[in-house]
Write a protein that binds this ligand. Structure first.
Ligand code: NAD
Length: 331
C-alpha cells in the first residue's frame, strides 16, 4: 500500500521509517503541506497521512477522492481540520491517533506554568549576561494555589495528577464528569465558578464549534485579576485579541501558549530570516509575561514512537478490512 505523508519533517521520516519495518508499506514523504494546490500530489496513493495544520476541508477532500485516495490517516489526536461530512460522502475513511502520550502534553503544560511563575526564561538570559539581580524574578508557591482545568480527558487528568503532587487545589470542568475525577482529587465545577476561583487556568478540551473562542472578553471578565492562562490544546480556543487587551489591562498576568489560532502560517518552519507579517502574533511576543512555544507539547521521542506505531497499525487495519479501532466518525 502506498502512503503519501504531507508536511513531513526529518523526525517524521526517521520514526515512521523505523516503525514501518514490520509493516512494509511504501512510504513517501514530502515537506509540502496539504491544501488545494497540493492535493494533486496524492494521485496514485491509496492513503495520505496528514498533521495538525494540513488543510483537509471540503474541496481538498473532494480533490483527494478524485485522485483515488481512500484513507486519511491523521498522525495526531485532534481532527478539527478535517471535513468529516465530505469524507464520509466521498467514501474516504478517516483515522487518528487518539492517545500517544498524554504525559508529553501534560508535562509541557507544567513546564509552561513553572517557567512563567519562576521566570526561568528571563533568568537564563540575565545570568548569561552576568546580571545576577533578582528584581522582577519573584514567583509564588504553587502549593495551595487553585488550578482550573477545562477538559478532563487524557491530558487534563494527567495534568491534574501532576498538579496534585505540587499541593494545588484542582477545579475541573468537562461536558461529562470522568469517573477518576474524585479519586484524583479534582473538584468538579461549573465554568463560572472555575473562572472566578482559579489562580491558573489551563485548557485541555478539543476545538469544536462549542469551544471556539471559549476564552474571550466576557469569559476573561469572570477570571481573577492576575490569573495565569495556559493553552496547549488548540489556538482558536482563545480570542487572541481579547487576551492581548487583558494583558495590557494587567487582568491576565501570565500567558503560556503552545498553539495559536493563525499558527498554520508560522509554526513548524524556520522563519528566522524573514519578516513576520502577523501583527497580532508580534504583539503577543512583545510581552515579557507571555511564553510561546511552536506547537511542541507533543514533541517527545516516546510520543513520536507511539504516533508512528499507531498510525501504521491504523493503516494496516484499513488494508486488511478489519474494524477501524481509531476511526473518526461523524458525531
Ligand atoms: P480527550 O479526548 O482525551 O479529552 C478531551 C476532553 O475534553 C474530553 O473529556 C471531553 O469530554 C472534553 N470536552 C469536549 N468538549 C468540551 C467542552 N465544550 N468543554 C469542556 N470540555 C470539553 O483529548 P486529550 O488527548 O486530552 O487532548 C485534549 C486536546 O489537546 C486535543 O483535543 C488536542 O486539541 C490537544 N492536543 C495538543 C497537543 C500539542 O502538541 N499541543 C498534542 C495533543 C493534543
Amino acid at each position: 500500500m502506498k502512503i503519501l505523508f504531507f508536511s513531513s519533517k526529518s523526525y517524521d521520516q526517521q520514526f515512521f521509517s523505523a516503525s514501518n519495518k514490520p509493516f512494509g508499506f511504501d512510504l513517501k514523504f514530502t515537506e509540502v503541506p496539504l491544501n488545494m494546490g497540493t492535493a494533486v500530489l496524492a494521485g496514485g496513493y491509496e492513503a495520505v497521512c496528514v498533521f495538525v495544520n494540513d488543510i483537509v476541508n471540503e474541496e481538498v477532500v473532494k480533490a483527494l477522492a478524485a485522485q483515488g485516495v481512500k484513507l486519511i490517516a491523521l498522525r495526531c489526536a485532534g481532527y478539527n481540520n478535517v471535513d468529516l461530512k465530505t469524507a464520509a460522502a466521498s467514501g474516504i475513511k478517516v483515522v487518528r491517533v487518539p492517545a500517544y502520550s498524554p504525559y508529553s502534553v501534560a508535562e509541557h503544560t507544567i513546564a509552561m506554568i513553572l517557567t512563567l511563575n519562576r521566570k526561568t526564561h528571563r533568568a537564563y538570559n540575565r545570568v548569561k549576561e552576568g546580571n545576577f539581580a533578582l528584581n522582577g524574578l519573584m514567583g509564588f508557591d504553587l502549593h495551595g494555589k487553585t488550578v482550573g482545568l477545562i477538559g478532563l480527558g487524557k491530558i487534563g487528568l494527567v495534568t491534574a495528577r501532576i498538579l496534585n503532587g505540587f499541593g494545588c487545589k484542582i477545579l475541573g470542568y468537562d461536558i461529562a464528569k470522568p469517573e477518576e475525577a474524585d479519586r484524583i482529587g479534582i473538584e468538579f465545577s461549573g465554568l463560572d465558578n472555575l473562572y472566578n476561583q482559579s489562580d491558573i487556568i489551563s485548557l485541555h478540551c478539543p476545538l469544536t464549534p462549542d469551544t471556539y473562542h471559549l476564552i474571550r472578553k466576557e469569559t476573561i471578565a469572570k477570571m481573577k485579576k492576575g490569573v495565569m492562562l495556559i493553552n496547549t490544546s488548540r489556538g482558536a480556543l482563545i480570542d487572541t485579541k481579547a487576551v492581548i487587551e487583558a494583558l495590557k489591562q494587567e487582568h491576565i498576568s501570565y500567558l503560556g501558549v503552545d498553539v495559536y489560532e493563525e499558527e498554520a502560517d508560522l509554526f513548524f518552519e524556520d522563519l528566522s530570516g524573514r519578516v513576520i507579517q502577523d501583527d497580532v502574533f508580534m504583539r503577543l511576543l512583545s510581552f515579557n509575561n507571555v511564553l510561546i512555544t511552536g506547537h511542541q507539547a507533543f514533541f517527545t521521542s516516546n510520543a513520536l514512537q507511539n504516533i508512528a506505531d499507531i498510525t501504521l497499525q491504523n493503516i494496516q487495519e484499513f488494508e486488511s478490512a478489519k474494524g477501524l479501532k481509531n476511526e473518526v466518525l461523524l458525531s
